[in-house]
Design a protein around this ligand. Structure first.
Ligand code: FAD
Ligand code: NAD
Length: 367
């Protein structure tokens, strides 16, 4: 009962402090948590408003002040993981001594459930747009220097555009460029670029507008959201990924993380459902990865193939799944991730339960 009460109250509230030199103002957030990293902190300053949101489990600690003096646009963020301390260093525009940091703005110095924080947006710039398939493109957005934000594995953000006077918002899942790394220079400007694979629907509301943007135009991007946790990988032995169409997007970072950070994994398998061969995103890159890393296998399943296709056909089905989801050992610890059109995901979950996989062994990506 005691632990129930604690769970209801949430984590103990962080606190903050600040100090200055002639040229710098350092804000320190004491999170009182150890599992804090650069993904946990989102910082924005626009004009003189400074906002830092620290994500602690299902809560956000918000610091939000109108700064008393002007600062330069860029700043640095550092996390001292073993003591759970975050330091944000702002550069003063003038070397005056500040008597106070500023005045409190909305939700300042409060710990609130993440679901109640509302979406906070900053404007990003479109840096590049490259065709990947006949209807899917890789978009690269750049965060402004006045923002620090990293999208954790398995989470999505919302993109917002104003279309004929109305704000339209849709969720998208950033991908990493690890499958492209052979073809590209290493990423400059650490963590300032966010990549998206987005399918353009000619009669869609949002994607045609996104597609019409010119390089240099801006798009608003929200804080990350989602309930995937990398702790689901603990001691994992077999990882199965079921993706349909752009439901492939969350699998990109998951693949990268699993294959580079999880030596306990014996097998990582992706079953990728598409309508036709032309719809398969990054097919040759996936095949190369399977060739390079013996733990990884990929299988493509087409629902509307041409007569030449000699691979697997059809929709998600008991026969396809029972053949694909073989544990590498009788009692291997498994995780199955599933993402795609809602009927695909719902049917998949139903079939997985019928095959006796438990809730804890399944992670589905939905809105
Ligand atoms: P919409 O206007 O929503 O239309 C899409 C298609 O459906 C069109 O062909 C349209 O004609 C048809 N349609 C619309 N309404 C109806 C209706 N009532 N009946 C029948 N057909 C209809 N997409 C990506 O490409 N990449 C991602 O990384 C990605 N991540 C996502 C993450 C999450 C958490 C979720 C929930 C979705 C994600 N999506 C992603 C999908 C994305 O959010 C949009 O739904 C998608 O881009 C379509 O938006 P749109 O406004 O262009 O199209
Ligand atoms: P698509 O229409 O090209 O279909 C891809 C495959 O999905 C098909 O080949 C088929 O195997 C399967 N499929 C489609 N409809 C089905 C049905 N009714 N029943 C069973 N299987 C079916 O897919 P798309 O246009 O790329 O759409 C991808 C979907 O994934 C979108 O709805 C998008 O919102 C969703 N998505 C969700 C997330 C998330 O929730 N995190 C992330 C990315 C994409």
């Amino acid at each position: 009962q005691v632990s129930d009460a604690l769970a209801k109250e949430g984590p103990s509230s962080p606190s903050y402090d600040w100090f200055q030199t002639d040229s710098l103002v350092t804000i320190v957030i004491y999170t009182k948590q150890k599992d804090i990293n650069l993904d946990s902190i989102i910082v924005d300053h626009q004009d003189n408003s400074f906002r830092a949101e620290t994500v602690i489990k299902d809560y956000s600690y918000i610091m939000h002040v109108g700064l008393s003096h002007e600062v330069e646009e860029d700043f640095s963020v550092r996390v001292v993981e073993n003591v759970g301390k975050i330091e944000i260093v702002l550069k003063k525009k003038e070397t005056t001594s500040w008597k106070r940091l500023g005045h409190p703005l909305e939700n300042h110095n409060s710990l609130i459930p993440r679901k109640d924080t509302g979406l906070y947006y900053r404007k990003c710039q479109l840096i590049s747009k490259e065709g990947v398939t006949h209807d899917t493109k890789l978009f690269c957005l750049m965060l402004p220097p006045s923002a620090h934000l990293q999208v954790p594995i398995g989470q999505h953000v919302y993109l917002k555009l104003t279309i004929t006077g109305t704000e339209i918002v849709k969720p998208y899942t950033p991908v990493s460029d690890f499958l492209l790394s052979e073809f590209k220079e290493p990423v400059l400007l650490n963590n300032k670029y966010i990549y998206f694979l987005i399918k353009i629907y000619p009669d869609g509301l949002f994607t045609p507008e996104l597609d019409h943007l010119q390089i240099g135009d801006s798009v608003s991007l929200s804080n990350p959201e989602g309930n995937f946790k990398t702790s689901q990988f603990q001691e994992l032995e077999d990882l199965f990924l079921l993706a349909a169409g752009t439901g492939f997007t969350p699998m990109v970072k998951i693949l990268n993380y699993a294959l580079t950070n999880k030596p306990s994994l014996r097998k990582v398998k992706l079953m990728f459902f598409n309508k036709t061969e032309d719809d398969i995103i990054w097919r040759s890159q996936l095949e190369k990865l399977a060739f390079k890393d013996k733990r990884f296998d990929v299988e493509f399943v087409l629902s509307a193939p041409t007569s030449e296709w000699n691979g697997k056909r059809g929709h998600i089905s008991p026969a396809l799944l029972s053949e694909f989801l073989k544990r590498s050992l009788d009692k291997s610890k498994v995780l199955i991730c599933i993402c795609g059109p809602t009927p695909f995901t719902e049917q998949g979950i139903r079939l997985l339960h019928e095959l006796n996989f438990s809730k804890d062994e399944i992670h589905s990506f939905t809105a």
